[in-house]
Design a protein around this ligand. Structure first.
Ligand code: PDD
Length: 284
């Protein structure tokens, strides 16, 4: 894999990339991002990620500086030249360089960049150790559907979890659990798959959407509603999802231990997701 970056239209060595000190992404976190997983050198659900990028950009009054189909071709070009195979693409769009001022510049010149980073292969479904989740107060804004680069509350939550012996933080407000610091949360009760509805409180995860589509094939009906913190220990199975982790089963929720193995329905959903990944990317 060659360490390259696509920066404002040019593919250059990562070591040569420079971002101005007055880039509004750097000074204000005035930007949005995407993380796309590559399997076998092919991006999985690229169109869905680019559609979400478009929504996020539009929500903050920012235009993507090239048409989406051209952006898609440029991403493929970077992947080829980087020789990336099992990896992720990190993409960031900011409002670009302008003298520091809270007011938007009159003629913004957005900074768009993306590059690949290798990712270790994920353990086979059921072979992984479970994730320990702890609840933290949700101190984020109410536009969590925008994939904003302003991630400080997420970072603080994640580090709070790790400092207390957990792996991931679940956000709670008014006794309701929304999602985690960098993943969506799902619970299974009987034959029902529950997850928080899309809206102001959660990122509309691409993996989340894929699983909601696959759920009927796993014999699960869907109930999109916030989960009460108090009902989660009574769930049959609990898992989290993201582009980089696919599905991780949860072994502990706060002090409550779940059975020490991945549940059958979670396994089935993961198998269906893997089949889709293989069908779409040729991954093994
Ligand atoms: N995060 N919720 C939050 C707050 C997230 O940051 C993420 C992903 C998700 C899952 O979304 P998706 O299935 O589209 O990856 C949910 C990425 C991976 C990150 O920030 O690295």
């Amino acid at each position: 894999m060659t360490d390259l970056i696509w920066l404002n239209g040019e593919i250059i060595p990562m070591a040569d990339a420079r971002i101005g000190v007055e880039d509004r992404g750097f000074q204000f976190a005035d930007g949005v991002y995407e993380v796309i997983r590559l399997y076998n050198a092919r991006p999985f659900t690229l169109n869905e990620h680019l559609a979400r990028l478009h929504q996020s950009a539009q929500a903050i009054g920012l235009s993507i500086p090239l048409p989406i189909d051209q952006l898609s071709r440029e991403i493929h070009k970077l992947i080829d030249q980087s020789n990336a195979k099992e990896a992720m693409v990190y993409l960031q769009l900011t409002r670009g360089i302008a003298p520091r001022n809270h007011q938007f510049p009159d003629h913004p010149r957005p900074t768009l960049l993306f590059y690949t980073r290798p990712l270790p292969p994920l353990p086979a479904p059921g072979q992984s150790t479970g994730v320990k989740l702890c609840c933290v107060p949700d101190e984020r804004w109410k536009c969590c559907w925008i994939k904003s680069i302003a991630l400080l509350p997420n970072i603080l939550a994640k580090n709070h979890a790790i400092a207390h012996g957990f792996d991931e933080a679940a956000f709670v407000e008014g006794g309701l659990v929304s999602e985690c610091s960098s993943s969506n949360l799902f619970a299974i009760f009987g034959n029902t798959l529950l997850t928080h509805p899309a809206g102001p409180r959660v990122l509309p995860g691409i993996t989340r959407a894929a699983l909601l589509d696959l759920a009927p094939q796993a014999g699960l009906q869907i109930d999109e509603r916030p989960l009460r913190e108090s009902e989660i220990p009574h769930a049959d199975e609990l898992f989290i999802t993201s582009t980089t982790r696919e599905i991780s089963w949860v072994s502990h929720f706060n002090q409550h231990p779940f059975p020490p193995h991945c549940g059958q329905k979670t396994l089935k959903l993961h198998q269906l997701l893997r089949e889709q990944i293989i069908a779409m990317t040729g991954a093994r």
